[in-house]
Design a protein around this ligand. Structure first.
Ligand code: ADP
Ligand code: MG
Length: 169
């Protein structure tokens, strides 16, 4: 059995994972760091004598690692990740457009039309947003449409970016 674990996991946490895998009947248990699994998963030759930077954006944290010669050269885990982006979109819709949307809708906007780049070669098609008008409290019947949501245009995101770039230097 192969189990993935975060770079941050303590020896006690690793022991717990190993024990439960053995308890589940695994004869041999291997623990692999998540960035290493991600690198192998996208087809990077992790053994080559050249560094590859992997950024694995999760829900609460992003794991950044440089991998070379089959090992992790250096790594950093930062608290800037997907759930924060979802929250920023929710906040942006509320502040800029006076529309209250659900968390699931905010996540769908992120997945369907969210973009880290200001210009895209093939921008996504229009995405209909349903929510409640904060002024009237009435559900917005005519869907409010967005084509592309550039994350830089969302102010809280700039704060996140500033914080994360400090870690990336
Ligand atoms: N297609 C996608 N595009 C952008 N973000 C996505 C996509 N699919 C999932 N996410 C986001 O990824 C995050 C979860 O990442 P995941 O790797 O499952 O979590 P973790 O590794 O922290 O357990 C959530 O914020 C979710 O909204
Ligand atoms: Mg993950």
């Amino acid at each position: 059995m192969v189990d993935l674990h975060s770079i941050r996991n303590t020896e006690v946490e690793k022991r717990a994972v190993r024990d439960s895998a053995e308890h589940a009947g695994a004869k041999e248990v291997y623990l692999i760091h998540e960035p290493m699994a991600a690198a192998i998963g996208i087809g990077i030759d992790v053994e080559e004598p050249m560094g590859n930077m992997i950024i694995d954006i999760g829900g609460g944290t992003s794991e950044i690692a440089v991998i070379a010669l089959g090992g992790i050269v250096c790594d950093q885990s930062i608290r800037v990740a997907g759930d924060g982006f979802t929250n920023d979109i929710w906040d942006y819709m509320r502040r800029q457009h006076n529309i209250l949307i659900g968390e699931r809708s905010a996540e769908r906007i992120k997945i369907e039309v969210g973009s880290a780049l200001p210009e895209l070669e093939n921008p996504p098609t229009d995405f209909a947003v349903h929510g409640r008008d904060l002024m009237t409290g009435i559900p917005k019947r005519s869907p409010f449409r967005i084509r592309r949501l550039h994350m830089h245009s969302i102010s809280p995101y700039r704060k996140w970016k500033k914080r994360s770039s400090r870690h990336l230097k």
